[in-house]
Design a protein around this ligand. Structure first.
Ligand code: HEC
Ligand code: HEC
Length: 320
């Protein structure tokens, strides 16, 4: 998807006639089907907590690490270039640099580590948990434990979490729980939701949009997106994120069914290989994806998802 759509991202207000225009420069016009009525107003999640701004951290070495942590979240490829293998930034999913409740904010995560994680069968420190998002969500090479990158991320999360009780999940952690779908999610409906509510920013081909060398809208699938091991590659997590946060700035306006349908559609698309891949997609599915929330290893559009012949490799080689 190229520039003309961006030109349509105008300032403006809500306009009648079934069209809603952008309230800021990141929102695009969203078409409503005839008779669908006005778009409901988004309801931002109030977590009852607002983290301090990194700019206000002390003017010393530790405060500098806090600010570096925020920079890494927002511009990951600039500040941790050796560790990123796709075109994403942490803040594409952890919105507003990891501050937004309902978009897995870092301040809500911090007081809950160390913790056991079934995914890697280890006790995870906060740094270890962040490593996994480098490996899967960023399709990259995780920085070493104790490296300046992970210490900066940890300092930033610790700084924002000041005053929160240790060992409790505060309101706003992760993504809000989404109601089960009323009907079995369908690709047919998901395709329509995608075309109507998502493609204007993320592109019909899912590749997002690059302007002046900057990834303005992030890729949802393809070689430059998150890999098959990522949390976002599970339908339930993606549906919950999408329902709460997408279309950007209009979280809560899709129905739960629409969120399940579009998340299912996106999970049927190709993306970089799962770094845990062993021998074949079938064996890898049995080991790591054996549940109804992953389409990995199943056949969609005549191709087996995760087949090395049609799947970009895992890791840094796909770099963007
Ligand atoms: C493609 C989306 C995506 C990107 C990009 C991403 N993450 Fe995540 N991250 C997730 C998801 C999904 C979860 C799991 C949320 C849940 O289960 O509630 C998560 C969880 C986390 C957690 C634990 C949160 C908690 O409450 O336990 C941390 C810490 C984290 N990510 C750090 C990072 C860092 C640092 C980066 C960049 C290097 C990053 N993430 C990039 C999707 C992403
Ligand atoms: C107005 C433009 C816009 C629309 C429309 C939109 N998004 Fe997004 N989306 C974004 C932006 C921008 C980000 C990254 C947010 C950031 O960095 O602050 C994003 C992030 C995401 C992410 C996490 C990052 C990634 O690349 O995987 C997912 C998943 C996502 N959007 C799905 C959707 C879905 C599904 C829809 C349709 C229901 C949708 N979006 C509609 C702009 C949009």
């Amino acid at each position: 998807m190229a520039k003309p759509l961006l030109a349509g991202l105008a300032l403006g207000a809500i306009i009648g006639g079934g069209m809603v225009y952008a309230l800021n420069d990141r929102r695009s016009p969203v078409e409503r089907p005839p008779g669908a009525g006005p778009v409901p107003a988004p309801v931002p999640l109030d977590a009852g907590f607002s983290p301090p701004s990194a700019a206000a951290a002390p003017k010393d070495a530790w405060g500098d690490a806090v600010r570096m942590g925020e920079n890494i979240m927002r511009e990951t490829r600039i500040h941790a270039p050796e560790n990123v293998g796709n075109s994403l930034a942490c803040a594409n999913c952890h919105l507003d640099g990891g501050r937004t409740p309902g978009a897995a904010p870092l301040w809500a995560a911090f007081p809950n580590f160390p913790a056991y994680r079934a995914k890697n069968k280890e006790i995870n420190s906060f740094q270890k948990r962040a490593q996994d998002c480098f490996l899967y969500s960023m399709n990259g090479m995780p920085p070493a434990l104790g490296s300046p990158v992970l210490l900066a991320l940890e300092s930033y999360a610790f700084y924002m979490a000041k005053g929160l009780p240790i060992g409790e999940s505060p309101k706003g952690r992760g993504f809000p729980k989404l109601a089960d779908p009323a009907e079995t999610p369908s690709d047919a409906r998901g395709t329509l939701v995608y075309a109507e509510h998502c493609a204007s920013c993320h592109g019909l081909d899912g590749a997002g949009q690059v302007t002046d060398g900057k990834q303005l809208y992030p890729p949802l699938w393809g070689a430059k997106s998150y890999n098959w091991g990522a949390g976002m590659a599970t339908i339930d997590k993606a549906a919950a994120f999408i329902h709460a946060n997408m279309p950007l700035g209009m979280g809560g306006t899709l129905t739960p069914q629409q969120a399940w349908d579009v998340a299912t559609y996106i999970d049927g698309k190709p993306r970089p290989q799962d770094p845990r891949f062993k021998t074949s997609p079938e064996i890898t599915r049995a080991a790591n994806h054996n549940n109804k929330f992953s389409r990995y290893g199943t056949i969609v559009d005549g191709k087996r998802l995760g087949d090395p012949a049609s799947t970009p490799p895992a890791g840094f080689t796909t770099g963007g």
